[in-house]
Structure formats: structure tokens, C-alpha cells
Design a protein around this ligand. Structure first.
Ligand SMILES: Cc1ncc(COP(=O)(O)O)c(C=O)c1O
Length: 282
């Protein structure tokens, strides 16, 4: 997709596995900040400002990790128009597409006019079917890209395990009610955790999709890194500090909603305890 020195536009904060892939290909990552006021959606105007003659690819991750931002349909259309106008390839990571909350809407950018031929859509069974350990991802893209990707994949690790491929096919071809059932469960956990954060006076980006809450811990008087270490050392609670998702995000932590409600409630109790302890200690 890219030659050394080519630019790829990446929303920030971000799932940093892409950093490594871009570096491996010799690409230059051009970060676009996403903002709490936009619920961490990717603003086409911010993207447009950063396009140069070296820009080859736009990475669109929606819903996103760690922010739980979902880029709304009108902005996805704006991004698609930019891609056509500036001749960009879009990599659309839609791995969280089935987990959308409230009135948010997910649109696959490849479904928009003129986009199928310039979009690589990434997905997998890790999130939709909670099958992380099976290691199956898949993509949809123009045939020429698929041929090149297949050759590369064969050189890197030959194939995904056959048993995992059968399991993934069963998940994708089987009844899908379990997906909506899980979405409802995640939604319940999300609402519960938001209420707990409200009680603690901790702000957060409105989680519109996916499996995370991106919370701003400024009100605790601790940095995200300090709070994360205190939580782990003193209360056996693991959250990820924002510094792991990009520079300048050390007021933020990423919480997941992967545990049952009872466990998340316990997490909230322990968080409140840590915050109070360190507030008193000054
Ligand atoms: C945005 C995003 N894309 C892709 C993945 C890859 O998931 P997996 O390696 O389990 O397929 C993740 C995992 O956390 C993710 O957050």
C-alpha cells in the first residue's frame, strides 16, 4: 500500500498495533486528534487539513479503541468524499461494529458509492463472538489487494489454524441472536459503569460503541499512570493508562466492560477507595 516515506493518517488516541505495522512498512504516521466534544469521532475537516501529496492511506477505526468513539454517518460520508477527491485508500477497521449503543449508527465506508474499490475493511471474530484466542481475522478488499495480502500471509505464518477457521465459520454462519444478546449485556455494564464514574466525579467520553470507557481522571489529582499503578498495587484492579494509547493522554484511563456487572461494581468500589485514600494523603 505504501512506499517508505508515504503518509498514513491515523486518529489519536489509538490502538498502537498500527504504529508497528506502519513503521515496518516505512510509512509516516500522521496523527489526527479526536476530541471528547465530538465523542471521539473522526472529523473530516481535521483529516483534510493533514492531507499532503505523500498521503496514501486513511485509517478509520469505528467504533474505536480506546475511546469508544463511533464516527457518525455524515462524517463517514465526508471522509469517503475526501478519499475519492484526494485518491486515498481507506483502511476501515470495523472489528467492534456489532457493539453500538444509544442512537449511534455504524456505516461501513466500503458501502458508499465509489468506495469499495479503494477500501480495505478489517474484521475478526475476537470481539463479535468473544473468540479472541482463536486468532481469526478477515478482510474485504479489491481482488488485487487480496492476492498480495494472501502471498504475504503465506510467507509470514502460512495459515490460520484449521480448527479456528472452522470455528469462525460456524460463528459467522450460525444463529446471530447471541450477538445482540451480548450487545445488550455490554450496554447494561456500560451504563452501570458510567453511573459509577458519575458518582466518583470522573468524566469520560460518551461511549458510543465497542467495549471500553475512556475516562478522564484529572479530578482525582493523580495522573492516569499514578492512578493505574495504585489500582494495581493496592486493589488488584487493572486499567490501562492513556500513555499507552499515545502521547499527551496521561489524564485518561481505559476501562473495559468485559467483566460481569458484579465484578465491575467491585472495581468501582475499589477505585473509589484508592481515590479517597490518595486524596486524604494529599
Ligand atoms: C481496533 C482494533 N482492531 C483490531 C484488533 C485486533 O483484534 P484481534 O487481534 O483479537 O483480532 C483490536 C484488538 O484489541 C482492536 O482494538
Amino acid at each position: 500500500l505504501i512506499e517508505p516515506g508515504d503518509e498514513i493518517i491515523v486518529p489519536d488516541p489509538r490502538y498502537t498495533s498500527y504504529d508497528e505495522a506502519i513503521a515496518l512498512a516505512g510509512g509516516r504516521m500522521i496523527l489526527v486528534p479526536t476530541r471528547v466534544e465530538d465523542d471521539f469521532a473522526l472529523d473530516p475537516d481535521e483529516v483534510a487539513r493533514r492531507i499532503t501529496p505523500r498521503t496514501k492511506v486513511l485509517l478509520l477505526i469505528s467504533p474505536n479503541n480506546p475511546t469508544a468513539g463511533v464516527t457518525p454517518p455524515e462524517w463517514v460520508r465526508g471522509l469517503a468524499a475526501l478519499a475519492v477527491e484526494r485518491d486515498l485508500i481507506v483502511i476501515a477497521d470495523e472489528i467492534y461494529e456489532k457493539f453500538i449503543y444509544d442512537d449511534a449508527l455504524h456505516v461501513s465506508v466500503a458501502s458508499l458509492p465509489g468506495m469499495a474499490e479503494r477500501t480495505i475493511t478489517l474484521n475478526g471474530v475476537s470481539k463479535t463472538y468473544a473468540m479472541t484466542g482463536w486468532r481469526i481475522g478477515y478482510l474485504a478488499a479489491p481482488a488485487s489487494f487480496i492476492r498480495a495480502a494472501t502471498a504475504l500471509k503465506e510467507m509470514v505464518n502460512v495459515q490460520a489454524p484449521t480448527v479456528s477457521q472452522w470455528a469462525a465459520a460456524a460463528a459467522l454462519d450460525g444463529p446471530q441472536e447471541c450477538v445482540e444478546e451480548m450487545r445488550r449485556i455490554y450496554d447494561g455494564r456500560r451504563r452501570m459503569m458510567m453511573a459509577e464514574l458519575d458518582r466518583m466525579g470522573i468524566g469520560y467520553g460518551r461511549p458510543r460503541g465497542g467495549l471500553y470507557i475512556w475516562a478522564n481522571v484529572t479530578s482525582t489529582g493523580l495522573t492516569a499512570t499514578q492512578l493505574s499503578y495504585h489500582l494495581l498495587d493496592e486493589e488488584d484492579v487493572l486499567v490501562l493508562p492513556g500513555a499507552g494509547f499515545g502521547t499527551g493522554w496521561d489524564d485518561w484511563i481505559r476501562l473495559t466492560i468485559l467483566q460481569p456487572e458484579s465484578a465491575l461494581r467491585e472495581v468501582a468500589t475499589r477505585m473509589a477507595r484508592v481515590i479517597e485514600r490518595h486524596r486524604r494523603a494529599g
